[in-house]
Design a protein around this ligand. Sequence first.
Ligand SMILES: Nc1ncnc2c1ncn2[C@@H]1O[C@H](COP(=O)(O)OP(=O)(O)OP(=O)(O)O)[C@@H](O)[C@H]1O
Length: 259
Amino acid sequence: MPHPAPAQHTDSTGTVAARAVDLTKVYGAGETRVLALDQVSVAFERSRFTAIMGPSGSGKSTLMHCMAGLDSISAGSARLGETELTGLSDSRLTQLRRDRVGFVFQTFNLLPTLNALENITLPLGIAGRRPDPEWLDLVVGTVGLAGRLKHRPAQLSGGQQQRVAVARALAGRPEIVFGDEPTGNLDSRAGAEILGFLRNSVRELGQTVVMVTHDPVAAGYADRVVFLADGRLVDEMTSPTAERVLEHMKRYDARGRTS
Ligand SMILES: Nc1ncnc2c1ncn2[C@@H]1O[C@H](COP(=O)(O)OP(=O)(O)OP(=O)(O)O)[C@@H](O)[C@H]1O
């Protein structure tokens, strides 16, 4: 049974979890100026799994960081639900990330002295929130950690540690989960498991996931892939497969070299 997504903070259409309009990000100035994002407009729909792909330096992480309130915006708009991120103070951004966004990074970032369950619920505790036991059970079941909640990180494999990180990201039932190469440190089997859990969190729990990846196999788990090149959104694909994504990358690469 799909679990309804959180209803608060909806976009005016109700179906968009986050939206960029003409989002521009410039790093540095003068000779060191880099236009990392050049008027990117994109919407990330609720209860969908979107992958962001593109060559190295194309702006994938910058887009994620701007949409997640981890980095400032130079021009244009980035919205999480109905909240415009431009102009929010650092403390409001911190609060927004803590209360409304989940993160999964390449490194697991678990506290070694805490067991799996304590790691999963730590951010909620910091935010002064109590975990919803029913939701927590669903999340722990979804990532297959039920038998390992008392284990410390050192007693878990890399894949299991990343499952803890995924459960931690989902524990507060965030409006959106951002993943930055979440399988980058895992072998292909553990990576496939994590991607399966992320997909299940969307299909079965109604969560919204946006993931930056280089890997066409990882992108094949998504419902939709958006492609960046040179800081611009250049293409997108729905219902991707690893083969189609790879084919697209080769075609784009060939065009890039010949133009
Ligand atoms: N803090 C920063 N200061 C200056 N330039 C930056 C900074 N962060 C990113 N850039 C530049 O912005 C551009 C986009 O970088 P970004 O990391 O978003 O690309 P990416 O597609 O995520 O790359 P990769 O796949 O290699 O991680 C690059 O030219 C990069 O060098």
